[in-house]
Design a protein around this ligand. Structure first.
Ligand SMILES: Nc1ncnc2c1ncn2[C@@H]1O[C@H](COP(=O)(O)OP(=O)(O)O)[C@@H](O)[C@H]1O
Ligand SMILES: [Mg+2]
Length: 263
């Protein structure tokens, strides 16, 4: 029987999902995907019919894969289309945790780095999650200081999980000749654990197809090895492509992540 969401209490509503209480198990919540897409800290906003379905699929397949690989995530199962059942947070952490392999996007404007620069080791940055304040980045030196002097071990855990997830997904996408360029994840506290929460969908990362059959990705700059114009991610929307084109790209992502079941 389909879940009657109009009768369930809404716990939170964000830009892309609605969170509902689960009366059958208060330790869990339903995460229901919306067709909405936003960019520029929520300033650009559209509704793309079919986006919720494709995001739900991608999210399900990525979280399922991460769980199988032993990552501590909130994801439990998928009770019906466009709905995920997840562990309920005890405390939200208002941070967006970004890991980068290849320089792209905002870092080209605020950092002294050329597009396509390859980061090895990966770099991970913490942004305070607040759209009106434009998600400002936290000073890395200050993070190191509070980890050292105040034992703020949550930052260590988030950095570690972000790196682990990035590596797992980078390797998985590589099987399909696509480079995971960068990625944004969110965390919360459940019990006394730092847990990966929220969603991982086409809006969570940049994905650039390989430019040729044999790529050399062990260089300082890998721009010539990749095909940013063929990007599959939400940059297509940020750059003004139509809803239909964005949906087609997101469907291509879902086709790839569906095959993570084989890995
Ligand atoms: N496991 C969880 N338990 C409770 N709330 C969650 C969980 N995972 C994500 N959320 C919350 O879901 C809400 C909606 O998400 P989203 O639409 O992505 O919001 P935003 O617009 O803030 O990015 C957010 O407030 C987020 O913190
Ligand atoms: Mg979100």
């Amino acid at each position: 029987m389909p879940i009657s969401f109009d009768r369930l209490p809404v716990i939170a509503e964000g830009k892309t999902k609605i969170i509902y209480a689960n009366p059958d198990n208060p330790k869990t919540v339903y995460m229901r995907f919306k067709d909405d897409i936003t960019a520029g800290d929520g300033v650009k906003h559209d509704v793309i019919a079919g986006k919720a379905l494709v995001d739900w699929k991608t999210n399900r397949d990525i979280f399922g894969y991460l769980n199988r690989r032993g990552v501590r995530t909130h994801y439990l199962e998928t009770p019906e289309e466009k709905v995920a059942l997840v562990e309920k947070l005890d405390r939200k952490i208002n941070l967006e945790v970004v890991t980068r392999r290849v320089a792209a996007g905002s870092i080209l404007k605020w950092g002294d780095v050329d597009e396509g620069t390859r980061f090895d080791p990966l770099i991970t940055q913490f942004h305070y999650k607040d759209d009106p304040l434009h998600d400002p980045m936290l000073d890395p030196g200050y993070i190191d200081y509070i980890v050292r002097s105040k034992g703020a071990k949550e930052f260590m855990t988030m950095r570690e999980i972000n790196g682990q997830v990035f590596t797992i997904l980078e390797e998985a996408f590589a099987r399909f000749a696509v480079q995971l360029v960068d990625m944004k994840l969110e965390y919360g506290i459940i019990g006394d654990e730092v847990v990966l929460i929220d969603e991982i969908t086409g809006g969570s990362f940049r994905l650039w197809p390989y430019a040729k059959e044999k790529v050399d990705l062990q260089q300082g700059n890998v721009l010539n090895e990749l095909d940013p114009a063929g990007r599959l991610d939400k940059d297509t929307y940020r750059m003004g492509e139509s809803g239909g084109q964005v949906l087609t790209k997101f469907e291509q992502i879902a086709e790839i992540t569906a095959r993570f079941a084989e890995l």
